[in-house]
Design a protein around this ligand. Structure first.
Ligand code: NAD
Length: 345
């Protein structure tokens, strides 16, 4: 018997999503719908060709372009982008790329209020959230502001056809972290749970398919999953898993997506037992008898690292971080890469 729904409060975030092969051709139209007159185009180097197409299609709306972005939005890069936006008189932004390109557009939107059309080329999910981040010598500052939430998101799976398999798998692990953690945060509700479960289904199915046969349908599933995962994360917020990954990444310079891939199964092993209904739904979505084991096997089968040791963390560093968050057992298992002892495959 399904559990009856208890009372809840859910805030839907505003935004328009366009998804489908060939939708890159609709980006200029989306900018027009937002009444943007002068677009600053920001593109990651891997999306240069896509940016060329958008530049042409923007015609008179094209005001200027930034090619190449830096990871984690360094303050000096953000400042240069703001200055460029001012110089070209931009009143809107189009960002093509992963979380780094979209992050740079958000840094500009934060101070100018200009609307963003986001065109993601990874599964990081930043396009669905009002969360921004900037890095200076003092570390990373993050915040949440409705101004930076993209007004329109265009998902064209064609742009991800050449995303290398390892990068694909790591980015999917990042998206899975968003949706899996979204079921046990303090702000989780039945709407975020349903969104998260469908996200996990699409991401797991898409990843398995991409590994076998990287076709457009598999890539479309992954973009759909990334969209839902980002949206669940935006509403439900984050909890222990994201705190651990943020700390490990910031303190020991571990790679962002791979750290998610390693830590998520170990956090799920502990946290998911508090939310039995969501755990069962996620197990169904991932077609596994045990959530933590299923997540572990999914990333291992994709060839991603399964231990923090492989990412270069020492056992002492894992202990140290574990103590800060009262998560010694989780991080000692993550360090060693222990397969969760749930049901067998
Ligand atoms: P990224 O944007 O840095 O891209 C990773 C690499 O992949 C880059 O070298 C890029 O050029 C390449 N690439 C991107 N798309 C490609 C494609 N389709 N084909 C070939 N190569 C491609 O990394 P990311 O994982 O997308 O984003 C990570 C960043 O986003 C981090 O800084 C993270 O903090 C941030 N993030 C923010 C949020 C948020 O809500 N604000 C959410 C998730 C991630």
């Amino acid at each position: 018997m399904p559990e009856p729904v208890k009372g809840f409060v859910h805030t839907f975030l505003p935004g328009r999503v366009v998804l489908g092969p060939g939708t890159l051709d609709r980006v200029a139209g989306e900018a027009a719908l937002l009444d943007v007159r002068r677009v600053l185009l920001i593109a990651t180097r891997s999306a240069r060709d896509a940016a060329d197409v958008v530049e042409i299609e923007l015609t008179d709306r094209f005001a200027g372009r930034i090619d190449g972005v830096t990871r984690h939005v360094p303050t000096e890069v953000a400042e240069r982008a703001r200055e460029k936006a001012r110089l070209v008189g931009a009143d809107g932004l189009v960002a093509i790329g992963g979380g780094s390109a979209i992050g740079l557009a958000k840094a500009v939107a934060l101070t100018t209020g200009s609307p963003i059309v986001a065109v993601p080329t990874t599964y990081a999910g930043s396009e669905m959230t009002p969360v921004w981040g900037e890095t200076s010598a003092d570390g990373k500052t993050t915040g949440s502001d409705p101004k930076v939430l993209p007004k329109s998101v265009v998902y064209d799976p064609v742009l991800t056809m050449r995303l290398p398999t390892k990068l694909t798998a790591a980015s999917v692990a990042n998206a899975l972290a968003h949706c899996v953690e979204a079921v046990w945060t303090a702000k989780a509700d039945p709407i975020t749970e349903t969104t998260a479960v469908e996200a996990a289904r699409a991401l797991a199915a898409g990843l398995r398919r991409v590994l076998e046969q990287p076709d457009l349908e598999a890539r479309s599933d992954l973009m759909y999953g990334a969209c839902l995962a980002g949206s669940a994360f935006a509403s439900a917020g984050s909890d222990l898993h994201h705190k651990l990954c943020h700390h490990l990444g910031g303190t020991y310079n571990l790679p962002h997506a791979e750290t998610h891939a390693v830590v998520l199964p170990q956090v799920a092993r502990v946290k998911a037992t508090n939310v039995p209904r969501a755990k069962a739904r996620l197990e169904d979505a991932l077609q596994t008898a045990d959530l933590a084991t299923g997540l572990y096997d999914l990333v291992a089968d994709a060839g991603l690292p399964t231990s923090l040791r492989e990412l270069g963390l020492t056992e002492n560093q894992a202990r140290e971080a574990g103590r800060i968050f009262d998560a010694e057992d989780i991080l000692s298992r993550a360090w060693a890469g222990a397969r969760p002892e749930g049901a067998a495959r």
